[in-house]
Design a protein around this ligand. Structure first.
Ligand code: HEM
Length: 152
């Protein structure tokens, strides 16, 4: 296989975003969020998403916005879960690795993970390792006495 290039331009970012969102829209878990809940018009959103990633990765692009806000609205309408975020990260990494390799591509993976964690925290979505997030009815799988006192 030919050596993969690193991400170096807005065109690269757009190619990455097109790959990623094609997979995300078709995904059994994420697809309905984009298609049914948000009814996201990808063509209309792409320039803003490209601005965001260009600003994050290449220090150009001039994204001025609050990336948390639309997710807060989304979460209020139809709760995002740790599983949604895990799938998002999985598809993002796969899209990245299919096309690019290098320090900027690495940063795209690290930054996405960081942002996803921050978002989850702000939306108060516990990570999958918490016994509280494991049970759909909110009851922990572990017996109560194994939990830290402040959560029991
Ligand atoms: C559960 C995972 C996620 C889902 C289902 C999701 C879904 C969405 C949707 C539907 C929108 C469009 C909202 C609207 O304006 O109507 C959006 C916007 C956006 N998302 Fe996500 N997202 C997720 C995670 C992430 C993560 C981890 C990142 C960054 C690393 C991210 C970056 C963005 C950005 C930059 C925008 C555009 C914000 C703006 O318009 O200024 N998303 N997302």
């Amino acid at each position: 296989m030919a050596e993969r290039p690193d991400i170096g331009s807005r065109e690269d970012i757009i190619a990455l975003l097109e790959d990623f969102y094609a997979k995300a829209f078709a995904d059994d878990l994420l697809g309905p969020v984009f298609v049914d809940v948000a009814q996201m018009d990808l063509a209309a959103h792409l320039p803003r998403l490209a601005d965001f990633w260009e600003t994050t990765l290449l220090r150009s692009g001039g994204y001025r916005g609050n990336a948390l806000e639309p997710h807060r609205a989304l979460h209020a309408e139809s709760p995002l879960t740790a599983e949604h975020f895990a799938r998002w990260m999985e598809l993002w990494s796969a899209a990245l690795e299919a096309r690019f390799a290098g320090p900027v591509a690495d940063r795209a993976a690290v930054q996405a993970d960081r942002i996803a964690r921050a978002m989850r925290k702000r939306l108060e979505i516990a990570d999958g390792s918490s016994p509280w997030s494991a049970a759909p009815d909110g009851r922990p799988e572990l017996p109560l006495h194994t939990l830290p006192r402040d959560t029991a």
